[in-house]
Design a protein around this ligand. Sequence first.
Ligand SMILES: Nc1nc(=O)c2ncn([C@@H]3O[C@@H]4COP(=O)(O)O[C@H]5[C@@H](O)[C@H](n6cnc7c(N)ncnc76)O[C@@H]5COP(=O)(O)O[C@@H]3[C@@H]4O)c2[nH]1
Lengths: 186, 186
Amino acid sequence: NVAHGLAWSFYLGYLRLVLPRLEDSIKAFIAKHQESFTFLDRGSKKLLILIPLNASISDKLEDQDDRICFYDNLPNNEINRAGVRGRVYKHSVYRVQDEQGKAHDCVVEYATPLLTLYSMSQESSAGFGEPERRQQVLLFYKTLQEILDRSLECRNRYKLILLNDEQEDDSHALSKAILRHLQQQE
Amino acid sequence: NVAHGLAWSFYLGYLRLVLPRLEDSIKAFIAKHQESFTFLDRGSKKLLILIPLNASISDKLEDQDDRICFYDNLPNNEINRAGVRGRVYKHSVYRVQDEQGKAHDCVVEYATPLLTLYSMSQESSAGFGEPERRQQVLLFYKTLQEILDRSLECRNRYKLILLNDEQEDDSHALSKAILRHLQQQE
Ligand SMILES: Nc1nc(=O)c2ncn([C@@H]3O[C@@H]4COP(=O)(O)O[C@H]5[C@@H](O)[C@H](n6cnc7c(N)ncnc76)O[C@@H]5COP(=O)(O)O[C@@H]3[C@@H]4O)c2[nH]1
């Protein structure tokens, strides 16, 4: 089950390295940008991780929804990793407009392993096709949820956002989903 | 089979992005360092990928063998990827001394997904233990070999170095293995 291994890899090789450092990165970012009215929502000091059920991922979030624009990157984290000296781990900050036009800042990205699931479903030699892909995305989401629930170092530092593709005709579906999670009570 | 998915992820999410750009990165590096007597071995314009059967990986190669030292990093490659703006991909150049004391430069790193295999075998909830791990490393190696053999964009730009742990008592086993592959006829 490919999704099982990719969820573990995403946790062991990424989330457990970057989530503990996230709050400090955001503080350094706010200090450098000297803005006092940003990162005010409840969820805004967490990494928002987008998991689209159809595994359809954009490299730039603004390509999916014009109420989203790229603001800047958080400071780089450099970690020596398996022979690569100072491998860079970074996150992007996006400004998301709500329906009143007010801007909300957040640290958001797609779950990168879904790119692998998507590409594997296109490669005939990889052994699985489009019908299995949706199931694998769900398995990825559930496995990741269980791993993160048990992880003390990652507690409260992330939000998994499962994106259904039912509102395909709403061009602001993504910003609305992000804002819903950003403003959610725990 | 975890190793199958990790091999695909390593190819789709990394090797197929970075290997086509490798030769240009090395040229830029040689120009910047203005050295004419480096990267002379046959294998030195390729990415050497270390695959230790016991999945035992060092973050710094010089920790494994004192005939290896870190030289510098190749220039950064920035790619927009799944919402992260300008995600950085880089490789490290190492200087490896042969038994005559002569230095050989090469671009070398461990296959990072093996870190996931190693950590998963330590986590009881991940569903596999140390006995399966060696098998999974072999499966990773074979799957990766098959994928890369069929990949036109990656042809001749890499070398997979399977490291057996039999010469555990030779403190220069790693540099010797690297040099053997670096100087090999095609
Ligand atoms: N968003 C995001 N930003 C990152 O910096 C990052 N680094 C890793 N990951 C994801 O976490 C998981 C574990 O990573 P690992 O390093 O073990 O495997 C990685 C690693 O073996 C290799 N790879 C990817 N990027 C690099 C890189 N910059 N340097 C070396 N190796 C890399 O290719 C595998 C797949 O990468 P992604 O398909 O991008 O997703 C990875 C993976 O799902 C990231 N995800």
